[in-house]
Ligand binder design. Sequence first.
Ligand code: ZN
Length: 669
Amino acid sequence: MKKQLAIILAAAGILCGCQQKKTCEKQAFQYNVDKFYDLEILRYDVPEFDSLTLQQKSLLYCLSEAALWGRDILFDQNGRYNLRIRRACEELYLNYPYDKSASEFAAFERYLKRVWFSNGIHHHYSEDKFLPEFDQEWFTLACDAAGVEYDDDILPVMFDPTVMPKRTTAQDGVDLVACSAGNYYGEGVTQAEAEAWYAAHKDNSPEPLWIGLNSQLVKNENGEIEERVYKVGGLYGEALAHVVYWLREALKYAENDQQREVIEKMIAFNETGDLKLFNEYCIAWVKDLDSRVDFVNGFTETYSDPLGITGTWESMVNFKDLAATHRTQLISDNAQWFEDHSTTDPKYKKEEVKGVTAKVITAAILAGDCYPATPIGINLPNANWIRKEYGSKSVTIDNLMHAYNEAAKGNGFNEEFMIDDEIRAIYEQYGALCGDLHTDLHECVGHGSGKLMPGVSKDALKEHASTIEEARADLFGLYYLADPKLVELGLLPNMEAYKAGFYQQMMNGLMTQLVRIEPGKDIEEAHMRNRQLIANWCYAHVTPENPEMEIIERDGKHYLQINNYEGVRRLYGELLAEIQRITSEGDYAAAKEMVETYAVKVNQDLHKEILERYQKLNLAPYKGFVNPVYCVERNEAGEITDVKLDFTEGYIEQHLRYSRDYSPLPSVN
Ligand code: ZN
């Protein structure tokens, strides 16, 4: 009885063993917020926020506003009907006149929650269109009853499975532009036309402009291809004007001149769309290493454009986690050692690895393509020549990792899928540490390693470039996870800890990541392809003489057993050498062969089994977040006197508030 009461009180955060108030608050923090379909919503804490200066907090606040004002842009980039659909659904949600406990309304609410999560009507990860579980008739009658006006064109887009089924198509032999629902190209533009336009406008100078990064290609009345530039006064101008306003406010609180230059360049770029200014912004941003506060805000990653040119809008505002930054600093200080000692051919190595900086950050707001689902690391800028000349910045985001780990504790996953207590014990002890270190190695030294042979274009691997690049960075990280160097540097405690990382990678790549794939589907997403590529390739290269690992069947369930971890490391090293060769030589045929053989196809029987086992655990494979709410106090002169964070807002409340307060774009852009 006594024990039970203690457990209840502890779960409520009322009772705990510690003396410090801060730790008590941590225990009460609610990491789990909501769960629906294959998605789980978590909340992240922002530790150390209270220790920042008022200037830094004010800066974070202004940058968070600049982040939130871009939300509509991503919806529209993801599909030209998305804003129309989101708005009709939100209006219906708020004005539904009937019983909201009816099952159709519950299905409708789940659909809307999904639309918010995906920033549109296609699954954020598989990129397949998801269909409502209520029918068109229910929707139209409900809209009529609620007085919601909507464009009839959205109906087939929402309900007909054959209309816009895929957000980004990477399928061989089809028109990638015409078959993708994303809005990077106007209606009627073909892949050939877009490619011809890019080829004609490509900048081949030594400091090239990233032509097409910030624009949509459309067809004009004469059937010619035209560029609509994302800028104030141009496409998405209504949203970018607000972004610019808040960047200007942020200037008032800049920590130093370098950071001021970063913000000024981003303002000027948004105002003009001039890509030369974007390059200048990237260079200024790479050079800003001293500021505590940092941010990304703009058209950044190009994975969602079927041709990999145009940037998807995103923002992440953050500040340096000083203690954890020490960890990645050590890795980055040794970048040259890692480069020199990897398994790649010396001719593909960089003679001088330069400017690999590393830090660990605390995310303070997520927006655009970083919200609700978010990356756990950032490595920018993407322009190779800037990386080469000026270096790049790599960050890992510790408070998000921490939230994932906390939210997943005791969910039964490892008990179900790991083969025995021995590996489970190693994983429990070192899994989180290996995860952090692997991410650090991937971002800080992996992506920055190696070089292209003279004359090899960065686009040479075309649609397989992302998968190969991610595999390269992952393998670099995996190979070094098992290196005595990490123990020597004090990053790992012993030569056993890395086994947690190896087992996790192989198990995930061979089996458990399949929980994210629907039955019968191929793997499409670049990071998932990369993970399966590595695991399948290594497994396929196990020989009877060197049985490094095997898959064992026990009571109808399959488990990975690793017999020789050093042997697995040897395989990682061999594959790293080959992937680097493919990259350095721009060997498209080999990349295609590698991806098609190992990365795309799924073993159907195994997939079915994994899904069944996973389903019994009742977990969601994808996670996303709600943001904290910034509460600002001002004096009579309007000056900020305090900024506080509130962590109580729910998922639905947050999205409805964002749509109410931060939605400047017209429905049709
Ligand atoms: Zn990466």
